[in-house]
Ligand binder design. Structure first.
Ligand SMILES: [Zn+2]
Length: 419
């Protein structure tokens, strides 16, 4: 099957480059926001709910009407494939996720899927035939707010988590992932991981303030930073706040405070690393008792493993230097992801060919692309988030910014297709 009309290869520079229709893309962003739409302009569309079914149905109908074959795998990932010239080549894939956080925005994830639909419309109306098939993907449960972990569908697809284990995960009401998939009619027949891709490119909003601060239009995302989580237990001695002299105290909260400051200073010394002490439990937590115990939870992130090693070593040193009984446990970690150089180059060249300002950046948040990077050449494109806000109903990216991102996505796909 080929696209109708006179087939032609698309130019990737000059005045004849095909361009997406920004008004049409914006109209889709506005209309799909009604599936789970909230008063303040945001969206509450938790994964595998009735609202999620509605937007999935819209996506499937729209892609079918454009001539795509639509398939769903057993974890509910949807693959809409628009045929290219050589069906024996692996498809080029684009996509993201249509689920949201509670009181989330209308751009996080959604932009990447709707831009994929707009790419197919553009190819069709300009009678542009790619060599490769183009597959637009909606990954199941990227957000992880109803079922944990996040990035569930892409994780199963990429082999990072076994389907049997993930299907059995329950939400707070005891509903399993499998039952929720069946309830909305999106547990497909296909085994996850059924297809290999020539490349995967994900357009996403930045969810941070860097592009806006740099007055830059496009983020060329070179990877996703790694994460290490630590638990710290500090044991002191509970004592009377009135009758215990200052030089005879073993105050666990004072020691904890020094650790909180150390985490901040270590992150500042290891830029672009970040470090957060986000949780503290004080025992007994009473005004007139010298604290006898504190439990801290620390999150450290850096784009490189070396950076993470250095930050961890500095934390261990800072703790050793304190005169207190402290136990440090590293309870979880996630390796940094480095995206494919050629695909990153294609994003850079595409932004340049379109005359858009662009900077390289590392994603601070996790994305489906991080799983895909383990199985095929992958990169991401970021567009600005107003005030850096995301996971918030006030999340906003302008129609022009969305259109620029989708155009860079289209040019990137056209460049990859030539290789
Ligand atoms: Zn997202």
């Amino acid at each position: 099957m080929t696209a109708t009309g006179q087939a032609r290869r698309a130019p990737t520079s000059g005045d004849n480059m095909p361009a997406i229709n920004g008004d049409r893309l914006w109209a889709d962003i506005v209309s799909t926001a009604s599936f789970g739409g909230a008063d303040k302009g945001g969206v509450t569309r938790l994964t595998l709910t009735e609202e999620d079914r509605q937007v999935r149905d819209w996506f499937v109908d729209e892609c079918r009407s454009l001539g795509c074959t639509v398939e769903t795998d057993q974890i509910g990932n949807i693959f809409a494939t628009y045929p290219g010239e050589d069906r024996s080549l692996p498809p080029i894939a684009v996509g993201s996720h249509l689920d949201t956080q509670p009181q989330g925005g209308r751009f996080d994830g959604i932009l990447g899927v709707l831009a994929g639909v707009e790419l197919i419309r553009t190819l069709k109306e300009t009678a542009t035939v790619l060599r490769h098939d183009l597959t637009v993907i909606n990954w199941t449960n990227e957000e992880g707010s109803r079922f944990s972990p996040a990035m569930m569908g892409s994780g199963v697809f990429a082999g990072a988590s076994p389907l049997s284990k993930i299907e059995a995960v329950q939400d707070r009401d005891g509903t399993t992932v499998r039952a929720a998939l069946e309830a909305i009619g999106y547990r497909g027949e296909i085994l996850p991981g059924h297809v290999g891709f020539a490349a995967y490119v994900e357009l996403h909003i930045e969810q941070g303030p860097l592009l806006e601060a740099a007055a830059t239009e496009i983020g060329i995302v070179t990877g996703v930073q790694g994460v290490r989580w630590f638990d710290v237990t500090i044991t002191g001695t509970e004592a009377h706040a009135g009758s215990t002299p200052m030089d005879q105290r073993d105050d666990a909260l004072v020691a904890a405070s020094q650790i909180v400051l150390a985490v901040r200073d270590i992150a500042r010394r290891h830029s672009p690393g970040v470090g957060t002490t986000g949780f503290a439990a004080v025992g007994p937590n009473s005004r007139n008792v010298v604290p006898g115990s504190v439990h801290l939870q620390i999150d450290m992130r850096h784009p490189s493993d070396t950076g993470l090693d250095q930050m961890q070593a500095a934390l261990e040193q800072a703790i050793d230097a304190l005169d207190a009984r402290i136990v440090l446990d590293r309870i979880w970690s996630k390796q940094p992801v480095v995206f494919d150089l050629l695909i990153v180059d294609a994003v850079r060249a595409s932004a340049g060919a379109l005359g858009h300002s662009a900077i390289e950046m590392v994603s601070g948040a996790g994305h489906d692309a991080a799983h895909l990077a383990g199985i095929c050449p992958t990169a991401m494109i970021f567009v600005p988030s107003k005030d850096g806000l995301s996971h918030n109903e006030a999340e906003y990216t302008s129609p022009e910014e969305c259109a620029r991102g989708a155009d860079v996505l289209l040019q990137t796909v056209l460049q990859i297709d030539l290789k």
